[in-house]
Design a protein around this ligand. Structure first.
Ligand SMILES: NC(=O)c1ccc[n+]([C@@H]2O[C@H](COP(=O)([O-])OP(=O)(O)OC[C@H]3O[C@@H](n4cnc5c(N)ncnc54)[C@H](OP(=O)(O)O)[C@@H]3O)[C@@H](O)[C@H]2O)c1
Length: 365
């Protein structure tokens, strides 16, 4: 029996290197689609043979399309590998109900699966546990990462993948990440004639955040000062992704031509009172929103606690060393993430390793 299968025989669930690797494959596959699955969560799935070797990894691409498990099984079938499926590794419990697509449990039961490893429980109380129970009743051995003694690291990755989905389900609003760039004087204002002052690495980080989020919250002060494009540049974007844009402030303070361009690019909403922002956001299908606004709006959001994590990009160069000045790239900006919760979806981004973390204020997940 191969390494991937050996631990399943004992009573205690032990994550072998093969299972851990499979979870990492499933998470990285799912990460490719973070920012386009809303209102569904990003989910990944890996199929292993009886020796724990990876056959196929797949992820849910967008709402209405195949769930990760089904796509993985279809791919295995197309490759003639379906009869080799022994172990299924999924970042989120497989569904057991018919939504826009058939139940994943039934798809999995068309294969010779014997072992199922699950990352996170479904947060929906009406769905939770039912997928696992269905597969167990059909003779499949089901293991949960949370019950394993050594799966904490990959469990955190799986939780980060669905954190915005869980938050939305529990609190009826999307996860909100604030991005704030500070110059060395601790000031948010770019030098005259510039829209930005951070390093190229910081710009890539910021644009990667735009890619993985479902929309942007900005405000009229920033709009008037910068007329920002708010597109994903520096990194590739999802194809034909139309995100949400919320502009806080009064319409009369938004340049008409800018608003016209934004309406083509985004689904635009205006918000004249931030206290109604959660209600406004609850009506949208967004899971994760990025705030890109000036100090006035950020103070309001901070004061009312309407944020989940706060990324501060601290630029240490003098103003002359702007983005266009290559010498600025040699002195990296510092990135700080202050978190309200134990888990953050920012931890999925490659830049996370360079972020200094503030302590979580209270656990919610
Ligand atoms: N460094 C960075 O990370 C960064 C990011 C973005 C922008 N900026 C810079 O920030 C500067 C602009 O900052 P700013 O403070 O003047 O503008 P801002 O924060 O972007 O926008 C301020 C506007 O927000 C609206 N607002 C305030 N409180 C509100 C509330 N409770 N509910 C709804 N709307 C509310 C008001 O609009 P009305 O007056 O229309 O009511 C207010 O004038 C620019 O220089 C820009 O380049 C820097």
């Amino acid at each position: 029996m191969g390494e991937g299968a050996r631990s399943f025989c004992g009573k205690e669930a032990v994550v072998t290197p093969a299972i851990e690797q499979a979870f990492r494959h499933a998470v990285s596959e799912a990460y490719c689609f973070v920012g386009q699955t809303a209102p569904n969560p990003a989910v990944g799935c890996a199929l292993l043979d009886h020796q724990g070797r990876l056959l196929v990894a797949a992820a849910h691409h967008r709402a209405g399309e195949f769930h990760a498990e089904r796509l993985a099984v279809e791919r295995a079938r197309a490759l003639g590998l379906v009869e080799k499926i022994h172990t299924v590794v999924v970042t989120l419990e497989p569904c057991n109900h018919t939504g826009r697509t058939p139940p994943c449990t039934e798809i999995l039961l068309t294969t010779p699966v014997q072992v199922l490893w699950i990352g996170c429980r479904d947060p929906n109380p009406f769905v939770k546990g039912k997928g696992a129970a269905r597969l167990e009743a059909a003779g499949c051995a089901v293991y949960w990462l949370e019950q394993s003694r050594n799966g904490g690291e990959v469990l955190s990755l799986c939780q980060a993948l669905i954190a915005p989905f869980v938050w939305r389900m529990l609190h009826r609003r999307p996860w909100i990440t604030v991005k704030q760039a500070l110059n060395r004087r601790g000031d948010m204002h770019p030098p005259a004639g510039q829209k930005t002052f951070t390093s190229r690495e910081s710009l890539c980080f910021a644009h990667r955040l735009r890619r993985v989020t479902d929309g942007i919250i900005t405000a009229t002060g920033t709009v008037r000062a910068d007329k920002p494009e708010l597109t994903v540049r520096y990194v590739s974007d999802h194809v034909a992704r139309k995100r949400t844009l919320v502009v806080c402030g009064q319409e009369k303070n938004i340049p008409a031509e800018w608003l016209c361009i934004m309406r083509e690019r985004f689904v635009v909403s205006l918000c004249t009172d931030c206290h109604s922002l959660p209600q406004l956001l609850s009506q949208m299908s967004t899971l994760w929103m990025l705030v890109e606004a000036g100090p006035t709006l950020l103070k309001v959001l901070h004061d009312v606690g309407l944020w989940d994590d706060w990324l501060t990009i601290s630029h240490r160069q003098s103003e002359e060393n702007c983005e266009e000045n290559k010498s600025a790239y040699h002195q990296p900006d510092q990135w700080y993430v202050t978190r309200q919760h134990d888990i953050t979806p920012i931890s999925l981004l490659p830049e996370w390793a360079q972020c200094q973390q503030e302590q979580a204020c209270f656990p919610v997940l």
